[in-house]
Every structure is written in structure tokens, then in C-alpha cells.
Design a protein around this ligand. Structure first.
Ligand code: T4K
Length: 399
């Protein structure tokens, strides 16, 4: 642990960690389990195109979530695109700006327009009371994002979508294994929901995603869209692309699902430790997970109040980075401040900007042990108690 600020890595001291401690470090399954599934894939000589691993993966997801259909995809972004395309949408889709840029890019990639709505600063999710004022005669859909796996205001969004006859989608990239307030798994809401199984996600397929829905016809259209529109061997009955998940990726997803309870337990333990160890540190406030709602605790996210903490969120991230703690500013900046959206309108998204300017995601997952959490928390606490001196030295460095 650091005893004085000269020992901070940014001022020439030895970094706290020998190896980088990453947010998003993949949770890896036991290798023998993955290798045995890969052996089976190679023995079968069936590498992709709806093989047995993909079918098992889809079946397991349906069983876990209690949802009728799962269409596994090459990644979450392609899943969103398929869900939009198969619904025949055109015009505008209302989305939050406080999300990974894939949410908006998927909309625009298909030639529709992403219209950004502000969030509720308490939940970091789409604010339903702001959605309605953005609806125009070009609006085709609302797409909520369950940020940090915490459910959107499902009832309010469903009510608006039904009354205004809009399609309702959820980007559930963060929300695999999470539930709604009533205990029903996310994946059962709106017209369809889309998960990401990217390497950095709580359950991963290397790269992967899935669309889930309880609508039989919609599911069929999405299956066609995922595979060039093929219906049988030589018959193409719809426009489609190639968004198929490969067998080896599905195998990784299955092994990853096998250990998901262990990952949740580790994530929750780390999150609880961070909260406890940093509970008394002024200016650091961890987001809450409602004890009555199931979450995967993948995201150990805190808001930094620069006045109370003594350093800005960005200074904190820079200082942590020097110590090889690779914290992330998810999601900074808001999508509306990125190309191609920034100059399009005079966006007014004050809550999005305030939250994007203060959040920090800290390392979590199987790669982050209790000792790592204690060292990260100890460092953050040290930085707060020496904030004035650190600020002065940072200013000297900048000169
Ligand atoms: N919607 C939402 C709300 C999302 O969060 C995402 C994805 C999507 C949609 C789209 O789903 P996909 O099409 O991706 O399935 C990362 C991920 O690439 C992205 O999947 C994820 N969200 C986003 C939140 O995080 P970057 O640009 O931050 O990635 P990168 O390369 O900086 O890596 C993140 C951290 O993880 C780094 O600290 C390094 C570490 N890492 C990463 C990889 C790939 C590892 O330690 N090992 C690895 O293999 O986007």
C-alpha cells in the first residue's frame, strides 16, 4: 500500500499491480470442459450453421429464462439489427444515449435514425416520462437498455408502446441472468430482447449474442434473417444476412453458462467488498442493486462526486491506470456526443451528461480476488485522503 504520494505510479513509484487488472477480463471456464466440447465439434465435422452446440445453447437459454424462442447470433449488435430488420421497422427509434454505442449504431446501420432520450439519474435507465415527448409520426419503436442489468421501467415503457402502437425492444446486453421486479427473467419483455455474449460479458461466447422473444412469427422471421433467408436447402424466402453463431462460440457459451452461478457469487462478493471498504470514503457512491431483483453483479460501478472526493472521475481513472488498474468510464461520453450523432441536433440530455461524467466501472469477475478489491479500495481511499496534495502534483506534472 502507498504511504505517501511519491509512491504513486503516476509520480514515478512502482505500480500497485504487476499485471494489469482489467474491467472486462473474461471469465474463463475450465479448459478441459471447453476442449472436450471442441473435440466433439471436430469429431462431428460440423463447425457452424445451426449445429448441435448452437441448438443446445439456445435450448438452455430458453429453459433458464422461461422464454419461447432464442435465436443465437454472432454478436449482440447483429442481434439488435436482426430484431429491427425482422420487425420491418423504418423511421426513428427512441434509444438512450447512456449506453454502449452499439445500441445506436445498430439502428443507424440499418438506415433508421436513433433519437436519444435522457435517463433517470437514479436508475441510469431510459426515463419513460421523457420518451413520450420524442414520439413523432416517424417513430417506429422504443429500445430500452437494461444498463448494469437493472431492469428498465418495464410497465411504463410497455404502456407507452401499446398506447402509441410502437414496437418495443430491449437491449439486454448486460442483463443475462437478471430479473424484473416481479422475479420474471429479463428476456420476456417487449417484442424481443437482445443479449450480448461478448468476451467481456458475464457469460461469454468469445463473441456472441442472442435475441429472445415469445412471439412465434417474429422468431421465425429472425431465424430466416440470421441465415440469408434460407428455408430448406435451396429455397430463399426472405432477405437475410449471415449472423450465425459458430459451434466453437456456442461451446464456449455453454461452458460459460455452466459456471454462471459461481461468477455471480464472485461478482456479488467483490461488489459487496468494494461497497463496504469504500462506504466511508466521501464522494464515492456505488450504484444500488435491489435485493429483491436478481442481478449478475457484473458491473461494480460507482459515481464520483468530484467536490467531495477531491479529484475528478477522470483524474481518478488516470491515477488508477498508472497503477495498472484498468478502470473504465462506461459509458462516456454519451452516444449523442459521438459521431455521427453529435452535430445532428441540439441534444438536451442533462442527466445523461451528468452521469456519464461521474461513473467509473471497477474490475470485477473471477480474475478479481478479494485481495485485489482490498488493494483497489485502499488506493482509492488513500487518494481521497491525499486529494489536495495529489491535485497539486498533477498540476505540476501538467506544467
Ligand atoms: N449494447 C450494450 C449496452 C453493450 O454494452 C454492448 C457491448 C452491445 C450492445 C453490443 O454487444 P456486442 O456486439 O459487443 O456483443 C467492450 C465490449 O467490446 C462490448 O462488447 C461491450 N458492450 C462494451 C461495454 O465493452 P470496449 O470498446 O470497451 O472493449 P475493449 O477492447 O476496450 O475491452 C474492454 C476491457 O476488457 C478492457 O479493459 C480489456 C478487457 N478485455 C477485453 C477483451 C476483448 C480483456 O481483458 N480480454 C478480452 O478478450 O467494448
Amino acid at each position: 500500500m502507498k504511504r505517501n504520494i511519491d509512491q504513486l505510479a503516476i509520480f514515478g513509484g512502482t505500480p500497485l499491480f504487476d499485471e494489469p487488472l482489467h474491467v472486462g477480463s473474461p471469465n474463463l471456464p475450465p479448459r478441459d470442459q471447453l476442449y472436450s466440447r471442441i473435440d466433439r465439434i471436430l469429431d462431428n465435422r460440423w463447425l457452424t450453421n445451426n449445429g448441435e452446440m448452437v441448438q443446445e445453447f439456445e435450448r438452455r437459454i430458453c429453459e433458464l429464462l422461461g422464454v419461447r424462442h432464442c435465436i443465437a447470433t454472432v454478436n449482440g449488435t447483429a442481434g439488435i439489427e436482426i430484431a429491427i430488420r425482422a420487425a420491418g421497422l423504418s423511421g426513428e427509434i427512441i434509444v438512450p444515449s447512456f449506453t454502449f454505442v452499439a445500441t445506436a449504431h445498430a439502428v443507424e446501420w440499418l438506415g433508421l435514425e436513433a433519437v436519444f432520450c435522457d435517463i433517470d439519474p437514479a436508475t441510469h435507465n431510459l426515463d419513460p416520462s421523457r420518451v413520450e415527448e420524442l414520439i413523432t409520426d416517424r417513430t417506429a419503436a422504443i429500445m430500452g437498455v437494461h444498463v448494469w442489468g437493472r431492469p428498465c421501467d418495464l410497465d411504463a415503457l410497455a404502456e407507452i408502446a401499446a398506447r402509441r402502437r410502437l414496437h418495443l425492444l430491449y437491449d439486454a446486453a448486460h442483463a443475462f441472468g437478471c430479473s424484473s421486479e416481479g422475479g420474471r427473467h429479463l428476456g420476456n419483455f417487449g417484442d424481443a430482447e437482445v443479449f450480448s455474449f461478448h468476451a467481456t460479458k458475464f457469460v461469454n461466447c468469445f463473441e456472441g449474442g442472442a435475441v429472445v422473444t415469445n412471439d412465434d412469427d417474429y422468431a421465425e422471421r429472425m431465424r430466416l434473417a440470421r441465415n440469408f433467408g434460407f428455408c430448406g436447402k435451396d429455397n430463399v424466402i426472405a432477405l437475410g444476412i449471415n449472423a450465425k453463431l459458430s459451434e466453437v462460440c456456442a461451446a464456449m457459451g455453454l461452458c460459460s453458462m455452466d459456471m454462471m452461478e459461481d461468477v455471480i457469487a464472485a461478482n456479488e462478493r467483490n461488489y459487496a467488498d468494494y461497497r463496504e471498504l469504500l462506504g466511508g470514503v466521501p464522494g464515492i457512491r456505488f450504484i444500488d442493486y435491489d435485493p429483491g431483483i436478481r442481478n449478475n453483479f457484473q458491473y461494480a460501478v460507482a459515481e464520483v462526486d468530484a467536490d467531495a472526493f477531491g479529484l475528478t472521475r477522470d483524474e481518478l481513472v488516470t491515477l488508477l491506470d498508472a497503477e495498472r488498474i484498468i478502470a473504465r468510464r462506461y459509458f462516456y461520453p454519451g452516444c449523442h456526443q459521438l459521431a455521427p450523432y453529435a452535430d445532428r441536433r441540439d441534444w438536451s440530455l442533462p442527466h445523461t451528461e451528468a452521469v456519464a461524467n461521474c461513473v467509473v466501472s471497477l474490475p470485477n469477475g473471477l480474475q478479481t480476488g478479494a485481495d485485489d478489491v482490498a488493494r483497489v479500495a485502499g488506493l482509492i481511499s488513500f487518494l481521497q485522503s491525499h486529494a489536495d496534495a495529489v491535485t497539486n502534483r498533477l498540476a505540476e506534472l501538467a506544467r
